[in-house]
Design a protein around this ligand. Structure first.
Ligand code: BDP
Length: 671
């Protein structure tokens, strides 16, 4: 296996800690406090981490202290309330000496990496005392990896970083050392769960649940030392395809027994297994609808099987009809998740997490936040994000997504005074995201796409973090000792790169306009006359989807006030979502003062100019990074520029041909 890039954990990242020395202080009992599954392994990891930093003479600058926590103890041993003290830790500094105190090995590991991430600032920065705990206990990554190479989707569905780190040659890899390294990277940013196979469960992958359980156990062994639990995506039809039963009806006693036994077997083999992820009645995957049952029936059947083991069911709300007739204007795909799930609020068992994509469609660069997140107060919800850049440049374009996710997490579905999306999902629910990692030596194909993986972990832990500060942390760790010019260059390149991508692709929230199938590059009408439900309705007079209650699909009515009215009205609908909610003439005047058509031209020219600047910025700092990183980023930026230019020209020409309105500034638009 080729050497892999150390990402945000190069040896130098440990310099501040190594210089001062680390001591590990354990209570004098044979078993670690709160010993649960994996605790002994995590403790061993801490010992290894400390040992790797070398012996240090004299008092250590960092003391990692595990403290007792009796079940009956009323007072929190950390001294202050923490949402989840099994993961929270306390950081204290006195006269330059840092003590991290925690009540579980996992929490202590979080505290250790907290200090590593801070580096010098841990010993001399402004913070001297504080309790840290994650906003939610579920901070998961989903791998859409196939064991076999799929003839169309390849080994990693929507993967842009090579093959799978888990599987090779049709089975789990013999050598899982890279998975262990991955686990360490994830632990350093607080990820605690990983689903290891594609939500589209093909026949080969289905067997992970049965025949290949021993192999799954090996993957779990690689994650366990870092406190990370493994989950499996399972097929709703497994009782039939694997068990030979005549039905998968969730109310059938034989089917329920099959799932209970399957779950018993899994937990017998992997004591700390996390649970199941399910994509049902979606894009051809089987589900409860075939039996006239609803998604609460389906999810609760699995909940019953996992509950005795403390497991979870992540049940995805991505349910819609992908075979709709484009001539039928009454079906709106954006409505589907809410229509199917909101009426079921209160019916899901408490081990079910309903996993909701951040927008109502499908990980577009700009979508409104899914109204499902505001419609299920009696259900545990997880927000689903896409770290892998399916619709955002496929890791050939440098697009920092931390800013986009932060907007979603901070959005307030009930207006300024109400809760945020982050409040809604945590602490009962959490976050899940599709991973962007493969067997590429840079982990993520584009070296700068590592920043997205890093940011996902950090924002899942603390959704209130400023995404640009998070990027800055990533720069410090990944490029230790980065000179100011490099730091400034990377910020210039990445801080606003999400908006840059938005500028040169589908305008004003209209979405898609991508090549069908692989979803890379422009194809303005690619999905327009297909069964997928993603249309823009451009004609000679105008463009956009009327989703109002007054004249459209009524989707705006799925939001609580004030948004149901904000989005309904042309007067108040934000420009960036205009075409998501309204069908307007090309001459419609935006809040910005520009017309829709002129906005399209201006943003597409500007988008490409920005990418040209990104290329120049990189050239000015490339010799400050390792040569292989410099080269890979240079190659990808060249492709980004080619692709952005293609987007600009196709989108501008399309709008010019439809509208017949020339660019007010007379720039070149191909006719
Ligand atoms: C879409 C992807 C498809 C996934 C699906 C999903 O194109 O490959 O299977 O989402 O989330 O964005 O299930």
């Amino acid at each position: 296996m080729t050497t892999v890039h150390p990402a945000w954990l190069p040896d130098e990242a440990f310099a501040a800690v190594a210089r001062r020395g680390v001591g590990l202080v354990l209570p004098d009992t044979a078993t670690p406090p709160g010993a649960g599954p994996g605790d002994a392994e995590v403790l061993a990891t801490l010992r290894d981490e400390v040992a790797a930093l070398g012996l240090h003479d004299g008092p250590t600058g960092l003391r990692l202290e595990l403290v007792h926590r009796e079940p009956s103890e009323a007072r929190d041993p950390l001294g202050s309330p923490a949402p989840d003290s099994s993961e929270g830790f306390r950081f204290r500094r006195e006269r330059g000496h840092v003590t991290v105190t925690a009540a579980s090995p996992r929490a202590l590991l979080h505290g250790y990496f907290h200090v590593v991430r801070l580096g010098e600032a841990a010993f001399a920065g402004p913070d001297t005392d504080g309790t840290h705990a994650p906003a939610s206990a579920l901070r998961m990554l989903d791998h859409w990896d196939n064991v076999d190479v799929h003839p169309v989707m390849g080994q990693v569905e929507r993967g842009y970083a090579g093959g799978s780190i888990f599987y090779a040659d049709g089975r789990v890899r013999e050598d899982l050392s890279r998975v262990r390294e991955y686990a360490r990277l994830l632990a350093a940013v607080g990820i605690d769960r990983v689903a290891i196979n594609n939500v589209n469960v093909h026949a080969r992958e289905a067997r992970l649940l049965t025949d290949d359980l021993g192999e799954v156990a090996r993957i779990a062994d690689a994650f366990r030392p870092y406190g990370i639990r493994v989950h499996l995506s399972v097929s709703f039809a497994a009782p039939m395809t694997l068990g030979g039963l005549p039905t998968s009806d969730p109310l059938d006693e034989g089917v329920r027994a099959w799932w209970r036994e399957a779950a018993d077997r899994v937990w017998d083999t992997i004591g700390d297994f996390g649970g199941f992820v399910v994509k049902a009645d979606s894009e051809g995957q089987p589900g409860p609808f075939a039996y006239g049952r609803d998604h609460a029936d389906g999810a609760n059947m699995l909940a019953e099987a996992v509950a005795p083991h403390g497991g979870l069911v992540h049940w995805r709300a991505f349910v819609y009809n992908h075979t709709q007739d484009w001539r039928d204007r009454s079906t709106d795909r954006a409505r589907a998740a809410y229509d199917h799930f909101a009426p079921l609020d209160g019916r899901f068992a408490d081990t079910v997490i309903v996993q909701v994509k951040h927008g109502p469609l499908d990980f577009q660069v700009r979508e409104p936040v899914s109204p499902v997140l505001a419609a299920m107060p009696r259900t545990r919800l997880a927000l689903e994000l896409q770290v892998t850049q399916e619709y955002t440049g496929q890791q050939r374009h440098a697009v920092y997504l931390g800013t986009a996710w932060s907007e979603v997490l901070r959005w307030r579905p009930w207006g300024d005074e109400g809760a945020t999306v982050a409040d809604v999902v945590g602490p009962a629910g959490g976050l899940a995201a599709v991973s962007n990692v493969g067997d590429d030596r840079f982990w993520t194909g584009h070296p700068l796409a590592q920043a997205n993986l890093y940011a996902y972990g950090r924002l899942a832990w603390d959704p209130t973090l400023d995404p640009v500060d998070v990027l800055d942390e990533w720069i410090s760790l990944t490029f230790p000792g980065a000179p100011d010019a490099l730091r400034a260059g990377l910020h210039l390149l990445l801080d606003d790169s999400w908006r840059t991508y938005e500028l040169y692709t589908a305008p004003l929230g209209v979405g898609f306009m991508v090549r069908p199938g692989h979803h890379y590059g422009p194809d303005v009408d690619g999905y327009e006359y297909t069964p997928w439900g993603t249309y823009h309705f451009a004609d000679r007079d105008g463009i956009g989807v009327d989703r109002t209650r007054a004249t459209g699909t009524g989707y705006t009515g799925q939001y609580p006030p004030p948004w149901r009215d904000v989005y309904e009205s042309l007067e108040t609908c934000p420009d960036e979502l205009l075409l998501f909610f309204h069908h307007v003439p090309y001459t419609h005047v935006l809040h910005s003062g520009s017309t829709v058509i002129q906005h399209v031209y201006d943003t597409h020219f500007e988008g490409v100019e920005r990418v040209e600047r990104m290329v120049r910025t990189w050239e000015s700092v490339a010799d400050l990074v390792p040569a292989d990183v410099a080269l890979r980023v240079r190659e990808r930026l060249a492709e980004q520029l080619r692709s952005a230019t293609e987007w600009r020209d196709q989108v501008n020409t399309y709008f010019f041909r439809k509208s017949g309105i020339p660019d007010a500034r007379g720039r070149t638009i191909f006719s």
